[in-house]
Design a protein around this ligand. Sequence first.
Ligand SMILES: N[C@@H](CCC(=O)N[C@@H](CS)C(=O)NCC(=O)O)C(=O)O
Length: 198
Amino acid sequence: MKLFVAPTSPYARKTLVFVHEKGAADRVEVVRVDPWSDPPELHGVAPAGKVPALVTGDGALCESWAICAYLDSALPGPALVPDDPAGRFACWHLAGFAQGLMDAAFSAVMETRRPANEQSPGWIARQIAALHRLVAALEADAATLDRPFDLGALSLATALAYLDFRHGDLGWRQVAPALARWQDVAAARPSLRATAFA
Ligand SMILES: N[C@@H](CCC(=O)N[C@@H](CS)C(=O)NCC(=O)O)C(=O)O
């Protein structure tokens, strides 16, 4: 299998962390591309032109959560999407919040990359407001994070690492100390250390 990634993409990093947590890094060929330069090899498998994209014997897959869900059964290693209904709900609940956090954080960064006269301060403020709401909700529920490091947890750890990487100025650690403590433990895992943003 081939996994197209970019070194600063939180969505791509989520899939890389997932592969490492499965203990299956040797089963996936990682192809680094710059999606913003429109590489034909990426467009050939992922017409949307986004990373991550996974090429499998069954065909190509896009969307980080779909790639992880597919890899959970396609790769050996521990199940990272729980089978039991309660565990499964908790996993997808957290994965959804983490995706929202990534979307808000990434979208705010992308807006600042546009030419100055095309940027919308209102749009950036809307994304940052969503980010703060998500961090507050996660902090309020931090006690529930004491659970297996499944797809939901690794998605959250990757999203929070992206906040540290791109939004350190927002001070999320100060307003969410329990979440920050959880993140410090998660960030020390070999899967997170092996996939740092570059
Ligand atoms: N919802 C997608 C988001 C993927 C995404 O936005 N990837 C960015 C990099 S972080 C990208 O490749 N953007 C290129 C583009 O929009 O042209 C996922 O979860 O995989």
